[in-house]
Write a protein that binds this ligand. Structure first.
Ligand code: COA
Length: 282
C-alpha cells in the first residue's frame, strides 16, 4: 500500500526529494512514496537507462497523485563528488531546492573477510560511507536554505555483527555516526538527520545477494512479525521522518525490520555460510 492512502495526498507538494541509488529496490520504493504525496523527486545512480525506466514509474505515481510533481533522473556515481554536485545543481534547476536527501546508494556482497581484497573492502566503504558523505556535503547548501532533512539507509550490520559482512558493517556503522555528527552540527540551521535500518525486504537486490530463497520460510519463522518487509514499509518510515510529525526527531537510527534485530544474526550467519559453501567460497 502506498502511503498516500494513509496521509494527505499533497503533504509534500512543492517539496523536492533527492534519492541516491533511486533507480531500483528500496530507494525507488522510497522515491515512489514521496511522489505519491506530491513531492518533486530526483533520483541518481550509475546507469542512465535504469534511471529512465524508474523515472517512468515515478511519473506514473506523480500523475496519479495529481499534484503536478516533476521527476528528474540523472546519472551520477556517489563516489564522484563532482558528478554528484552537478546532479544536485540540475535537480535544483529543474525541481527547486532540495528539502529531503535520501542517501541510499549502496553496494553489498557476501565475502569471508580473510578472502576479501583490500579493494573489495574499500569499494563498499567508498560507495556506502564516502558516497553518503559526498551526498550530504553536496546537498548541504540546498538543505540549509530549506531547513531540510537527511535520511540515510543503514543496515542491521551497523550495530549487530553479521558474518561475511565486515565491509558492510564497517561502512554502515560509519554512516550512522556520520548521521549523528551532522545532526549535531547542522541542527543549528534546522537541518535534521536520521537513518533507517531496513530488515529483510521482499524482492530487493540485497535479498538476492545475501539470502537463499530455499531458506526463506525458516528465516521468516524467526522474524517476530512473521513476514518480509516491503519497500513501502521503508518508504512510509522515510515519509514519517521527513514529515512535520518528526519535526523534533533528529540523530536517530529508526529500525524498520519486523523485530528481526531482537533475535540476532545467527540464522543469517548460518544461511550465508551455506550459500558461500555451495559456491566453494568458504
Ligand atoms: N566477493 C568478493 N569480492 C568482490 C565481490 C564478491 N562477490 N564483488 C566484487 N568484489 C571486489 C572485486 O574483486 C574488486 O576487488 P579487486 O580489484 O581486488 O579484485 C572490488 O570488489 C571492486 O569490484 P568492482 O566489480 O570493480 O566494483 P564496482 O564498483 O563495479 O561494483 C560492487 C561495486 C562490487 C559493490 C557491485 O557489487 C555493485 O555494483 N553493487 C551494486 C548493487 C548492490 O550491491 N546492491 C545491494 C545493496 S544492499
Amino acid at each position: 500500500m502506498l502511503v498516500d492512502q494513509l496521509l494527505p495526498r499533497d503533504l509534500f507538494r512543492n517539496k523536492t526529494v533527492f534519492v541516491t541509488g533511486g533507480g531500483s529496490g528500496i530507494n525507488l520504493g522510497v522515491a515512489k512514496n514521496f511522489a505519491a504525496l506530491g513531492a518533486h523527486v530526483a533520483i541518481c545512480g550509475r546507469t542512465q537507462e535504469k534511471l529512465d525506466a524508474a523515472a517512468v514509474e515515478l511519473r506514473a505515481v506523480a500523475a496519479a497523485a495529481g499534484a503536478g510533481a516533476r521527476v528528474c533522473a540523472v546519472a551520477a556515481d556517489v563516489r564522484d563528488a563532482a558528478a554528484l554536485e552537478a546532479a544536485f545543481a540540475r535537480s535544483e534547476a529543474e525541481l527547486g531546492p532540495m528539502d529531503v536527501l535520501v542517501s541510499g546508494a549502496a553496494g553489498n556482497f557476501l565475502a569471508p573477510a580473510e578472502k576479501l581484497s583490500p579493494n573489495g573492502f574499500k569499494t563498499v566503504i567508498d560507495i556506502d560511507l564516502i558516497g553518503s558523505f559526498n551526498a550530504s556535503r553536496g546537498a548541504f547548501a540546498q538543505l540549509q536554505r530549506t531547513r531540510g532533512c537527511l535520511i540515510y539507509i543503514s543496515a542491521g550490520m551497523a550495530y549487530m555483527p553479521h558474518a561475511f559482512q565486515a565491509h558492510v558493517g564497517a561502512a554502515k556503522a560509519g554512516i550512522d555516526m556520520l548521521m549523528k555528527n551532522l545532526a549535531i552540527e547542522w541542527g543549528r540551521w534546522g537541518v535534521r538527520a536520521n537513518s533507517i535500518v531496513p530488515g529483510p525486504i521482499e524482492g530487493t537486490e540485497g535479498m538476492k545477494r545475501l539470502s537463499d530463497p530455499a531458506q526463506k520460510d525458516r528465516f521468516l519463522d524467526a522474524v517476530p512479525l512473521r513476514r518480509m518487509g516491503t519497500v513501502d514499509d521503508i518508504g512510509q518510515t522515510a515519509v514519517f521522518l521527513a514529515s512535520p510529525l518528526a519535526s523534533y526527531v533528529t540523530g536517530c537510527v529508526v529500525v524498520c525490520d519486523g523485530g528481526q534485530n531482537l533475535v540476532g544474526s545467527a540464522l543469517f550467519n548460518m544461511g550465508a555460510e551455506q550459500m558461500l559453501r555451495a559456491q566453494a567460497k568458504v
